[in-house]
Design a protein around this ligand. Structure first.
Ligand SMILES: NC(=O)c1ccc[n+]([C@@H]2O[C@H](COP(=O)([O-])OP(=O)(O)OC[C@H]3O[C@@H](n4cnc5c(N)ncnc54)[C@H](OP(=O)(O)O)[C@@H]3O)[C@@H](O)[C@H]2O)c1
Length: 319
């Protein structure tokens, strides 16, 4: 069965849209789709200003954007999700300059197969894909609420991955009273010997948090989705011996990048909050999340993540 396509007349006219990791790969393609479909202001949030400017040059050369949306504003912001200081500097600047947002796609991510830590000392997949992403989400929620117009809710989409189904976590261990999940993932010995696991686990945690956040925050439509297998720069963090076979797989069975972006956008235009999307349709959550202990873990993860984020910024209002 083919992938569902976006309605031809779908437009983001008058919308303020923010996408992280939008200098390359799926994020840049999302920028193209949103701008071709008339987004009024596009916030390109990137780790490197130089790469961000190169992306803007590409978007400005896009003939469809030039024809359909010649007056679009593209604004560039710097944010490294692996650094609290960078996240808070970005958020402060954004809040000073922006009154409201209609759609946010938290898309930036890494796939590191070696144990690399961020400046704050967390394993990089965990910090960038989960903790840094969630911190950004909590900081951006007030702007998304401000962005609601005429009763039309704003959307918050997390780019997850079907790889979250492959995550192997020890639910009983994580549920133990003396375990703080955020601290647990700081310790190298708590990471699996399997180098593909930190990425899968980071996306599982992200998907769990999304579902729980949607139960607590009803004013914004909150979803997570997988763009499908696609050739991007994501494999930068893979060991050399694995890059060849993975590239071959992406060439043989990967999808076109436009299809990936459009597939994801299906989950940014739905009114069904708390859902997980794959191939452009709603999919069940990973089996582990649906068990009784999985649900308890989801609640614990939400509470401990929220607490940690509030320790970093006491202004976060969510309960
Ligand atoms: N490609 C796939 O097959 C696939 C499948 C499922 C899910 N995904 C997900 O799709 C999302 C986009 O990935 P992609 O495939 O487009 O990969 P990509 O081409 O490598 O793009 C990743 C983006 O994330 C940014 N990023 C990395 N580390 C960051 C940090 N510490 N702070 C802020 N931004 C950071 C990168 O910035 P720089 O360019 O500066 O490094 C880049 O803009 C990711 O969340 C990924 O997990 C991808």
């Amino acid at each position: 069965m083919g992938l569902p396509t976006l309605p031809q007349d779908l437009t983001f006219e008058n919308q303020h849209i923010l996408v992280t990791g939008s200098n390359t790969g799926i994020g840049l393609e999302l920028a193209r789709v949103f701008l071709r479909r008339k987004a009024k202001v596009f916030y390109l949030v990137v780790r490197s200003i130089e790469r961000g400017n190169a992306a803007i040059a590409q978007l400005r050369q896009d003939a469809i954007i030039a024809k359909e949306n010649p007056n679009a504003e593209i604004k560039l912001y710097q944010c490294d999700q692996g650094s609290f200081e960078s996240v808070f500097t970005f958020i402060q600047k954004l809040k000073n300059e922006v009154a409201g947002l209609n759609t946010v796609v938290l898309n930036a991510g890494v796939s590191n197969f070696s144990f690399v830590t961020t400046v704050e000392g967390w394993e990089s997949n965990f910090h960038v894909n989960y903790f840094g992403t969630v911190l950004l989400a909590l900081e951006l929620l007030p702007l998304l609420k401000e962005g609601q117009k005429n009763g039309i809710k704003s959307h918050l989409l997390f780019t997850s991955s079907d790889m979250h189904n492959k995550a192997k976590i020890n639910v009983a261990q994580l549920l133990a009273d003396d375990v703080n999940i955020i601290e647990y993932f700081k310790t190298e010995k708590n990471h699996s010997w399997d180098p593909s696991q930190p990425y899968s686990i980071s996306k599982l945690l992200l998907t769990m948090f999304t579902e729980e956040l949607a139960l607590h925050e009803k004013d914004v439509i909150i979803t997570s989705g997988c763009p499908g297998l696609v050739r991007t720069e994501l494999d930068r963090g893979l060991p050399l011996w694995l890059k060849g076979p993975v590239l071959l797989m992406r060439i043989l069975i990967g999808r076109e990048i436009l299809k990936s972006a459009e597939t994801l956008i299906q989950s940014a235009i739905t009114d069904q909050t708390g859902t997980y999307w794959s191939d452009g349709v709603i999919h069940p959550h990973a089996a582990v999340i649906t068990t009784r202990d999985g649900k308890r873990l989801q609640t614990k993860l939400y509470e401990q993540t929220l607490q940690k984020c509030k320790e970093l910024d006491s202004g976060i209002q969510l309960k």
